[in-house]
Write a protein that binds this ligand. Structure first.
Ligand code: ATP
Ligand code: MG
Length: 588
């Protein structure tokens, strides 16, 4: 490709609204342009990167024995009604009506579509297991699209779905996908950390996310030598005993007169209360009220702990969860900022729960359910003690569930996800195949996603410097950039000869033949991050030596071009091989 015929609209200045390095560099390097919130045009150089990532994913999926399909992005709502997700997906799903006023979904994911299709084509246990996938566009109306293509509203995903006769077969494919994902990310030059993830309230039995460690990550990972999980899933293990006060028989909850009243003028938060009373927040019992589709939920949790909403949602088996309003506090006979888990009115299906941290003390200071009032000496009943559950968010420094010391917190960006789905969809679609005794059985499913655009952006997050992108050779828009600094027509012709020779050898090259100052073209080459740069300057035209520079190391050398440029071509191929060698998957 000649740069003079190829459009790479680079920007000299940093774009205004790009907060993170990858977004900034993708805009500056002319890989993408913004169209609207969470919507990006892919320009030719950006699309070349996307295609290379897709091809790595495709090769590795095919190698694992999976089959590629392509299903419509537009999905009749009927399929989503069958699974029940028409009602539970909420506002993240784009819904469109066609001219016949029939509702359709712009697919955010394709469990329904693939289950529907597989139901039609799979007949017998002999057809199982299968793993089917596509690399295609997804739509999600994200609340907060941000960081460029890392969280956008339209993006490309590789989504795979496997179908099995039994758990053991599902586990085989799940393990195969783990290896496949490792290979994919290694080949793309992306360092990832696989962590255990939440598998939801619905039937899932195993889930792992592939995380790219990054300051800008929205996920928090908690890691030890033997334990790696997403914060949303990590159980909280207490150094303190959970037996405090267990021996005091308390069949009944305390009434207000059983406790000592404390005036707490204008105190609203746990931090203010701890400061006012000159106690540690771990001596206070915090009250949190949520509204779900089933009604109100009141949770008592130690003052130094926060609720893990994923755990809470799973425990309640609810799909909607939001902080309750001031009116809700009123309704249950309490008040925002001074609520306590006793003497509450049972309206709106009120459920009172305690986090395990509420077992670490025999008595608590908590809200008095009246403005500016707290109470001292609150206790949990025996029943409340018995039914306390882990609803707290684990944090840096908490004991590792594997028993190997404290957990370390780290931020990460999720690029891939593998998940044992169970029978949720096959049951909803009444999908069966015949077993060896000709009896119908319901297949078990797994699903496996990789975000293609997000992978592109995270590669840049991990691999850039002050000059621009430093592409791993496997996903670079071009492997080689040829810059020619010519003055005469003969020199121009000689550069053309070199370019032709490169093409003949199948070198993936962009020839920057533009009529621009060398400095401008060098800057562009560094911004675009081509792994190998070949410069044809004075030395070449006079003495037959080309300059060869490696973007990653900055190393530069003069190479004797040789007859028919064979010396130069050989050296390029040697470096290319070396750079690919670094990206070789470790089980190949
Ligand atoms: P997140 O928690 O980041 O919203 P998710 O759990 O919704 O991700 P999945 O449904 O598991 O994501 O989708 C599989 C993959 O698709 C993710 O691992 C990610 O790489 C990619 N992905 C998901 N949402 C987006 C998005 N809005 N923009 C770009 N890529 C996305
Ligand atoms: Mg999401």
């Amino acid at each position: 490709m000649k740069a003079s015929r190829f459009l790479i609209p680079t920007l000299r200045e940093d774009p205004q609204d790009a907060q993170v390095a990858s977004h900034r560099l993708m805009l500056r390097a002319g890989l993408v342009r913004k169209v609207g919130a969470g919507l990006y045009h892919l320009l030719p150089a950006g699309l070349r990167v996307i295609r290379k990532i897709e091809n790595i994913v495709r090769e590795e999926m095919n190698r694992s024995g999976a089959m590629e399909f392509q299903l419509p992005v537009l999905i009749p709502s009927e399929l989503w009604e069958k699974s029940g997700r028409w009602n539970t997906m909420g506002k993240e799903m784009f819904r469109v009506q066609d001219r016949h006023e029939v509702w359709n979904v712009l697919g955010p994911t394709h469990e329904e579509s693939f289950t529907d299709l597989m139901q039609q084509v799979l007949r017998s246990y002999r057809d199982l297991p299968v793993n089917v996938y596509q690399i295609h566009t997804k739509f999600r109306d994200e609340i907060r699209p941000r960081f460029g293509v890392i969280r956008s509203r339209e993006f490309i995903m590789k989504d795979a779905y496997s179908f099995h006769a039994d758990e053991a077969s599902l586990d085989d494919t799940y393990q195969e996908m783990r290896r496949t994902y490792r290979r994919i990310f290694q080949r793309a030059g992306l360092e990832t950390v696989p962590v255990e993830a939440d598998s939801g309230a619905m039937g899932g039995s195993g889930s792992e996310e592939f995380m790219v460690p990054s300051e800008i990550g929205e996920e928090i990972l908690l890691l030890s030598e033997k334990y790696r999980s997403n914060q949303e899933k990590t159980p909280v293990i207490y150094n303190e005993s959970l037996e405090a006060g267990a021996e005091t028989k308390r069949p009944k909850p305390p009434a207000i007169e059983d406790m000592e009243s404390i005036d707490t003028p204008k105190i609203k938060t746990i931090e203010e209360l701890a400061k006012f009373l000159k106690v540690d927040s771990a001596e206070l019992l915090k009250s949190v009220l949520y509204r779900t589709e089933h009604g109100l939920v009141f949770i008592g949790i130690r003052g130094d702990r926060d609720i893990n909403e994923v755990k809470l949602k799973n425990h309640l088996k609810c799909s909607e969860l939001e902080p309750a309003a001031d009116e809700d506090f009123k309704k249950i006979g309490s008040v925002t900022g001074s609520a306590g888990p006793f003497g509450l009115k049972n309206t709106d299906n009120l459920q009172i729960l305690f986090d395990l941290s509420a077992l670490t003390r025999p008595h608590w200071i908590t809200g008095g359910n009246a403005r500016d009032l707290h109470v001292k000496g609150f206790w949990l009943t025996d029943e409340q003690r018995k039914t306390a559950v882990d609803l707290a968010l684990a944090v840096d420094g908490d004991p590792s569930p594997a028993g190997d010391g404290p957990l370390k917190a780290m931020r990460g960006i999720e690029v891939g996800h593998i998940f044992k789905l169970g029978k949720k969809y096959t049951e909803a679609f009444k999908m069966t195949v015949l077993d060896p005794d000709q009896k119908p059985i319901t297949p078990i499913m797994g699903c496996y996603g990789v975000g293609i655009n997000r992978t592109m952006a995270t590669v840049i997050e991990q691999s850039h410097d002050e000059k621009g992108i430093v592409w791993p050779i496997s996903v670079a828009p071009f492997e080689v950039c040829l810059v020619s600094i010519t003055k005469t027509d003969e020199e121009k012709q000689a550069a053309q000869d070199v370019y032709d020779a490169f093409l003949k050898e199948g070198i993936d090259v962009l020839w920057d033949d533009r009529d621009l100052r060398p400095g401008v073209r060098f800057n562009d080459a560094e911004l675009l991050g081509y792994p190998i740069r070949v410069t044809l300057g004075k030395f070449f035209f006079q003495e037959g030596q080309a300059e060869l520079q490696i973007r990653k190391s900055g190393e530069s050398s003069k190479i004797e071009a040789g007859k028919g440029y064979s010396g130069l071509i050989q050296e390029i191929q040697r470096i290319r091989k070396e750079l690919f060698e670094e990206l070789k998957a470790d089980d190949s």
